[in-house]
Design a protein around this ligand. Structure first.
Ligand code: F6R
Length: 361
């Protein structure tokens, strides 16, 4: 059942501290920087030179977080929309690892992309929540995110667990390919160790309900971010449109001025996601939209006063490592979408036209 919550989505948002503890359990030793991933001991990825992620929707956004993590640590990595990958598969060989990120393990587009990769000689890995799923059975390897069952059509806790998982898996890959651990790995692992408590703090103190109310009569909702905050902007907008039926778009913060800025007016609130790493540049993009009269709501660390001084409202997140901040920012945006949809009385757990598992291409 819904455990006292009005919707599965809200229940699953609140399950995130538990889901993340399950994802991380036994896998990290943050004091020593060690990682132990069941079937993936040291050396598992010897011989791999590049990593491609294929996925759809929310899982695609987790894939983007994964390739950012891996590439910023020295291993070439890209993320592809599975539906496009299946149409024009990039060159792959036996030094390519192709990771399908799929909560259900049954998404037709993702299975088809993985089959293409496999037929071209790549090594395939399923990152999934479902043991025994088609993706888990068909790929060379599988890593389970252990988030527990997700009933709401909108993916919430599985996104958080996917991002945690691609990071741990990413670090294992980096160690095997580059030959040494990432310099900042103790800080990353310690941020992951703190993540369940940090998510709990957001759940306990969020103002997302008030913000949803304040802006609920708007014409459109835009989400911007750069670096690790970019996939969060995309995910924030996807969730928002999916369950509220309001027009929402996510953009790379720097792309606004190349077109989307034409849409920005005093009735289009802009949610700016900050990861603590590229904040000054994003702040200059915030000034561009403010000059057009748009209200700006920052999702940023409570330690960041420079940002809070320049915006209309703030959804705060605990101070953490930039590679982990996105998960926290996304929890605030999940709550925002939930409350916006609830105010509009939408069927939150079963939005129109959508299915939990999309088994057609
Ligand atoms: C959005 C959502 C979808 C799925 C997508 C892929 O909230 O749930 O975008 O993320 O259909 O599904 P999986 O991860 O099962 O392959």
């Amino acid at each position: 059942g819904k455990g006292g919550y009005e919707h599965y989505m809200l229940k699953e948002i609140h399950e995130q501290p538990t889901a993340l503890r399950q994802t991380l359990r036994g896998r990290i030793e943050h004091v020593t920087g060690d990682i132990s991933l069941e079937d993936f001991p040291e050396g598992t990825f010897d011989g791999i030179r590049r990593v491609q992620f294929v996925a759809c929707g929310t899982s695609y956004h987790a894939g983007l977080a994964g390739s950012h993590f891996i590439e910023s640590r020295g291993v070439p990595s890209q993320t592809f929309l599975a539906s496009e990958y299946a149409v024009s598969t990039p060159p792959v060989d036996d030094e390519t690892l192709v990771i399908g990120v799929t909560q259900s393990g049954e998404t037709a587009d993702t299975l088809s992309a993985l089959r293409r990769a496999n037929a071209s000689g790549a090594r395939t890995l399923a990152l999934t929540n479902v043991i025994g799923s088609t993706a888990a059975r068909e790929c060379d390897d599988a890593l389970f995110i252990r988030a527990g069952p997700e009933i709401g059509v909108a993916a919430t806790k599985t996104f958080s667990s996917q991002v945690a998982s691609v990071s741990l898996l990413g670090e294992r890959i980096v160690r095997d390919v580059v030959g040494h651990r990432s310099e900042d790995i103790e800080a990353v692992l310690s941020a992951f160790a703190d993540l369940p408590d940090h998510v709990q703090q957001i759940l306990d103190f969020t103002k997302a309900h008030r913000i949803a109310k304040r802006y609920h009569d708007s014409d459109a909702y835009f989400f911007i971010g750069r670096g690790t905050a970019f996939p969060v902007a995309l995910e924030g907008a996807l969730k928002f449109k999916e369950i509220s039926y309001e027009h929402a778009e996510g953009f790379a913060a720097g792309e606004l001025k190349h077109g989307p800025l034409a849409l920005v007016t005093p009735t289009t609130p802009v949610f700016a996601v900050f990861d603590g790493q590229n904040d000054e540049k994003t702040l200059s993009n915030v000034k561009e939209v403010e000059a057009r009269g748009a209200p700006v709501i920052a999702v940023t660390s409570d330690a960041n006063e420079t940002v809070s001084q320049h915006v209309d409202d703030v959804l705060t997140i605990p101070d953490t490592h930039p590679d982990v901040a996105g998960v926290l920012a996304n929890v605030q945006l999940q709550l925002l979408s939930y409350h916006a949809a609830a105010l509009l009385d939408r069927p939150i757990d079963k939005p129109r036209n959508l299915a939990k598992s999309v088994t057609v291409e």
